[in-house]
Design a protein around this ligand. Structure first.
Ligand code: NAD
Length: 482
């Protein structure tokens, strides 16, 4: 197949500039693809627009069945798709398998939910005899789904699943650095029976994304990415009052109190912070630990983080080392290094890691770090840290922790580690985030709505709530029947 565009059920040529897709671990070029121009985007949107009436009119159980069959076929191609993800994204194979599991489960979840969605009914007073008021749900039309590079598959499923079962058609745009796995997925969706034009893929960067967002036939934009990009998309989509969901950046706090199961807290925060080389929206990016357990927390965290061995995600590390992949791009690595240097210049102490590891050449590798004494006005505290660096602050109590935790423009996730019911209540109600975990952090609940407050976004993915974001609620009033 061509690795450029997928339009109307087949591979299609893009007409924009060449773009090399690189393996972030080796910097080798995997493929050269062309960007989609505004004309190419128009072809894809027109195909989705043509396919819409037929797909919307397809019986909901049939639509759900096609999505389920597609998930079955994708699962049969797990090895191939996981390898492709490792190659273009850079994550270790184990993590790519985890992402692939979420991807397929997300599609199964919405295929099961599709026929369980209910509308409303009430009797209404009327001069036309007995009248019935109904609320029905209608699909919106063509959805533009814009996805970042950190979880190319999971974040695609979050949009494809609810959009398709609700009867919409989709034009997806993967990140310009991770188009290949998505294009293969589109081909497999076609093989599984998704009708031509129902799912289309365009590749390219900001220009391609903006052509999609501003296309007059796109009625809804589902976006995941940086806050600044989300602001731009909201501005563009707002001109035509398009429906928008924005899943944006985060700076999640983790609060650890004295009675916490400290081993569980350290281990879970460690996995959350360093998974995907720290490039996860929902990673715990700031730890607030009470004085009583601060030293133990920091020491245990450092001893665990010392075990990371940066390297090619396709090759596991030898035990007891833990494999961590490269940062995705040179720019990501540079930003992380600048953020760390800024904190160190202002007095922060790096307890482990923080440099480019010996013996790794070629890729964007970085030795995972734990940092303390971080000034509250440094970039490590105020910006989203999208890489494997954990700043830890000492706090007096839960109130102090919540105050510092909320001192950010972001509001995606948060966690608290304690069995004190009063402290949990304060956290549930006081933390200004879209999700709060208590004594756990689990990223893959399809059942639970997920999204941000403040500058972390608008709207929700996952759960039955996400389906509501892909439909128009229409009131129908029926009278004059007798
Ligand atoms: P990004 O905003 O640079 O890019 C995301 C996507 O938007 C890419 O496909 C890109 O090509 C496209 N894009 C860029 N400029 C555009 C424009 N002007 N118009 C339309 N599309 C445009 O984000 P990124 O660096 O790829 O992703 C990392 C960010 O995503 C982090 O901030 C992370 O926290 C966030 N993220 C959020 C969630 C969530 O669910 N809240 C999940 C994962 C990642």
């Amino acid at each position: 197949m061509t690795t450029q565009l997928w339009i109307d059920g087949e591979a299609a040529e893009a007409t924009g500039a060449d773009r090399e897709v690189q393996n972030p671990a080796t910097l080798a070029t995997i493929e050269t693809v062309k960007d989609a121009t505004a004309d190419d985007v128009d072809r894809a949107v027109q195909a989705a627009h043509r396919a819409f009436p037929g797909w919307a009119a397809t019986d909901v159980t049939k639509r759900a069945g096609i999505v389920r069959k597609a998930a079955d076929l994708l699962a049969q191609h797990r090895e191939e798709l996981v390898a492709s993800l490792v190659q273009e994204q850079g994550k270790p194979t184990l993590e790519a398998k985890g992402e692939f599991g979420h991807f397929v489960n997300g599609l199964y979840f919405y295929s099961e939910l599709a026929s369980k969605v209910r509308g409303g009914y009430q009797e209404l007073p009327s001069q036309f005899g007995r009248s019935y008021g109904l609320t029905i749900r209608r699909p919106l039309g063509v959805v533009g789904a814009i996805v970042p590079w950190n979880f190319p598959l999971t974040l695609l499923a979050n949009k494809l699943g609810p959009a398709l079962v609700a009867g919409n058609t989709v034009v997806a745009k993967p990140a310009e650095t991770t188009p290949l796995t998505t294009l293969r997925v589109a081909e497999l969706l076609g093989e599984a029976g998704v009708p031509a034009g129902v799912v289309n893929v365009v590749t390219g960067a900001a220009e391609t994304g903006e052509a999609l967002v501003t296309h007059p036939l796109v009625r809804r934009v589902a976006f995941t990415g940086q806050t600044s990009t989300g602001q731009r998309i909201a501005e563009l989509a707002g001109r035509d009052l398009k429906r928008v969901s924005l899943e944006l950046g985060g700076s999640d706090p983790s609060i650890v109190l004295a009675d916490a199961d400290l081993d569980a807290a350290v281990k879970t925060i460690q996995i959350g912070r360093y998974w995907n080389c720290g490039q996860m929206c929902l990673a715990p990016k700031r730890a607030f630990v009470v004085d009583e357990v601060y030293d133990r927390f920091v020491d245990t965290m450092v001893s665990r983080v010392e075990r990371y061995e940066p390297g090619n995600g396709a090759e596991p590390a030898e035990k007891p080392k833990l494999r961590i992949g490269p940062l995705h791009t040179a720019r990501q690595l540079q930003t992380l290094q600048d953020q760390l240097a800024d904190a160190v210049d202002r007095g922060a102490k790096v307890l482990v890691g923080g440099g480019v590891p010996d013996g790794t050449s070629g890729g964007h590798f970085f030795q995972p770090a734990v940092v303390v004494d971080v000034p509250r006005d440094s970039r490590l505290a105020t910006e989203e840290v999208f890489g494997p660096v954990l700043p830890v602050w000492r706090v007096d109590d839960v109130d102090h922790a919540i105050e510092l935790a909320n001192d950010t423009e972001y509001g995606l996730g948060s966690s608290i580690w304690t069995r004190d019911a009063g402290a949990i209540d304060k956290a549930m109600n006081g933390l200004e985030t879209g999700i709060t975990w208590v004594n756990q952090m689990h990223y893959g609940y399809d059942e639970m709505p997920f999204g941000g407050t403040k500058m972390s976004g608008v709207g929700r993915e996952h759960g039955a709530e996400a389906l509501e974001e892909y439909v128009e609620i229409k009131s129908v009033v029926v009278g004059g029947l007798h």
